[in-house]
Design a protein around this ligand. Structure first.
Ligand code: UDP
Length: 341
């Protein structure tokens, strides 16, 4: 199938492009490099079976997007393009609402205009807020958002549920709630490209190990967890990428049944920040310079997924371990420093 991948040069988008191409689909990358770099597209061409299409465009540019859809005639859309920094969203809420909600509306309207049957939306476990019970399932309550970023994901999901109620077959979509995607393609050719100082744990760790940052601060050591540090469900980005292929294939198989289905995508178990640091030290053979600091505002003590639904319906479960993801993230960090970009 011809699949439009908005944000296809970004972290999760780029790995999904590789997974789609290598499963026999034709990815149509749409990205304006606001959170990526053009060299990623060249690297995607070398990693993909067949040459993916590429268009430089802002998803908020409705006319330009219409031109791309007219030319490329996609049969499915995976919509990644969005801002994702929680802290920045608190400082600049309008930027987040404009981009994350505006681009989704454009893409959904174009989906209808061009009669594109399949739609996959990038959501996040942030919609669960501070969960009452662990692990969280897809039916766990959606809690009041802790940030404008989190609210844009809740709004995005609600738009899809409303479309399902209002319409019919054309409103068939999948919502994927990601837990903590980390790692990189094992080739070291693509990975995460944080803008400035990383907000997320694993890029902070690899940049500290590479000498770009002086020291990692572990936010909080007094949580009610076995070692006092916060617990998250880390998932290798290639496992996550492969889940998108399953989602698109599943939509195509089940086309006659209209509806919007939600899936948690996680490993189904949690790791503490300290365990992540120690596992990184094991796989890299390095001692990481870190200290403990206060809790980060807005952080939940622990969250991890129940991913049974994805296994039962999509036939998907993680294949890679935390250590694989950290090894691949470290390899990517090292390659990034060596190669001209
Ligand atoms: N974290 C940390 N130091 C950092 C960045 C993150 O201790 O420099 C912790 C953070 O408090 C959380 C976990 O690492 O408990 C994962 O944070 P991240 O920002 O990667 O993902 P989130 O779970 O917030 O989406």
């Amino acid at each position: 199938m011809r699949i439009a991948v908005t944000g296809g040069a970004g972290f999760i988008g780029s790995h999904t492009v590789v997974a789609l191409a290598n499963a026999g689909h034709h990815p149509i990358i749409i990205d304006d490099f606001r959170n990526s770099k053009p060299f990623i597209v060249g690297r995607l061409e070398s990693l993909c079976k067949g040459k993916p299409s590429f268009h430089e465009a802002d998803c908020n540019d409705r006319d330009k997007m219409a031109g791309i859809f007219e030319k490329e005639q996609p049969e499915g859309i995976i919509h990644f393009a969005a801002y994702k920094a929680v802290g920045e969203s608190v400082r600049e809420p309008l930027k987040y609402y404009r981009n994350n909600v505006g681009s989704l509306l454009n893409v959904l309207e174009l989906q209808r205009q061009f009669g594109i049957p399949y739609f996959v939306f990038s959501s996040s476990c942030t919609v669960y807020g501070v969960p009452d019970e662990l692990p969280v399932t897809e039916t766990s309550p959606v809690k009041k958002a802790q940030s404008p970023y989190g609210f844009t994901k809740q709004v995005g999901e609600q738009i899809l549920f409303d479309l399902q109620k209002a319409a019919s077959e054309s409103a068939k979509s999948v919502i994927l709630r990601y837990f903590n995607p980390i790692g990189a393609h094992p080739s070291g050719l693509i990975g995460e490209l944080p803008l400035g100082e990383p907000e997320n744990l694993v890029p902070y760790i690899t940049q500290t190990a590479a000498g770009i940052r002086e020291q990692l601060t572990i936010f909080g050591k007094d949580y009610e967890t076995p070692d006092g540090t916060a617990i998250r469900d880390y998932i290798h980005v290639m496992d996550l990428a492969e889940a998108h292929v399953r989602a698109i294939d599943w939509l195509a198989e089940k086309r006659s049944e209209a509806g919007t289905e939600v899936f948690n995508l996680g490993a189904g178990s949690g790791s503490s920040v300290k365990e992540v640091v120690e596992t990184f030290e094991d796989v890299s053979g390095l001692k990481l310079n870190y200290r403990y600091g206060p809790r980060r505002p807005g952080d939940v003590p622990a969250i991890y997924a129940n991913a049974d639904k994805a296994l039962k319906i999509l036939g998907w479960a993680v294949q890679r371990k935390l250590s694989d993801a950290l090894r691949d993230a470290w390899n990517w960090q090292q390659q990034l420093q060596k190669l001209p970009v």
